[in-house]
Design a protein around this ligand. Structure first.
Ligand SMILES: [Fe+2]
Length: 89
């Protein structure tokens, strides 16, 4: 998503985006469970920490501040946590 679009996101659009992320987590955890991956618990815990942080942020901060956290978290999560199971799925 383009930076300009992110800055102008409404709470409704942010909520829709977060819902899509939740679906992504569910699919990712299911696929790892089906493969019997040893990394499934690591993923579940990372997603739980993320969910708690997002709920805390979204109730106390602006959309823009929440988005800054989301961009940083997703970048780290994909490049570090998700790369651990690269080749397993
Ligand atoms: Fe993940």
């Amino acid at each position: 998503m383009h930076d300009f679009e992110l800055r102008n996101l409404s709470y409704k659009e942010l909520h829709e985006m977060l819902t899509q992320f939740e679906s992504h987590f569910a699919v990712e955890e299911l696929l790892l469970q089906q493969k019997g991956s040893s990394l499934v618990q690591n993923q579940i815990e990372a997603h739980e920490i993320y969910n708690s942080a997002v709920m805390r942020l979204i109730t106390k901060n602006s959309v823009e501040e929440t988005l800054l956290y989301l961009v940083a978290w997703w970048t780290d999560h994909i490049l570090i946590d998700d790369m651990k199971y690269k080749g397993e799925l």
